[in-house]
Design a protein around this ligand. Structure first.
Ligand code: ZN
Length: 160
């Protein structure tokens, strides 16, 4: 069994149509502790043998990324109960309740007073392709292992 690593990488994320969904290019790279849930499991598990300097494309099926689309999370509500003033647009997103942990829902259909909301993650059901460039790889420090997260690229970063 090999020691748990801390990996820093740049990425560009694309959907199956090749559309760029997110990228770290031009910004700070991502640093994570392996197996700690800091990045999606399907990417974490596929980078276990990646070394510094490696560039690779990593395909992560939806089930190992943001999950399959769950039809039970789609529901119709009356427009009047929504916490939205003014115009309601397809694709609009808002929190489903006053609680700050309330799920974010997306408006997927509007039919008169009936509005269909989808509480799935926007990337649920989407197979992802990551173009990854590994910047650095190092062993995790005992402190990182006990905290369950990485402390920055060099292990000295502050954590909350
Ligand atoms: Zn910490």
């Amino acid at each position: 069994m090999s020691a748990t690593r801390v990996v820093t990488f740049h990425y560009t994320l694309r959907d199956p149509a090749g559309r760029i969904l997110d990228t770290s290019a031009g910004g700070e790279p991502i640093t994570y502790l392996e197996g700690a849930g800091q990045i999606i499991d399907g990417l974490d598990s596929r980078l276990r043998r990646a070394e510094a300097g490696a560039k690779q494309r990593v395909q992560v099926p939806a089930a190992e990324a943001y999950g399959e689309h769950d039809a039970a999370q789609v529901q119709q509500v009356k427009r009047a109960v929504l916490p939205i003033d003014g115009e309601l647009a397809l694709g609009a997103q808002f929190q489903a309740g006053p609680d700050r942990n309330a799920p974010v829902v997306t408006v997927v259909a509007i039919d008169g007073e009936q509005v269909t909301l989808d509480a799935n993650h926007p990337l649920a059901g989407v197979d992802l392709e990551f173009e990854v460039e590994i910047v650095t790889v190092r062993g995790a420090t005992p402190e990182e292992l006990s905290h369950g997260h990485a402390h920055g690229n060099d292990g000295t970063g502050h954590c909350q």
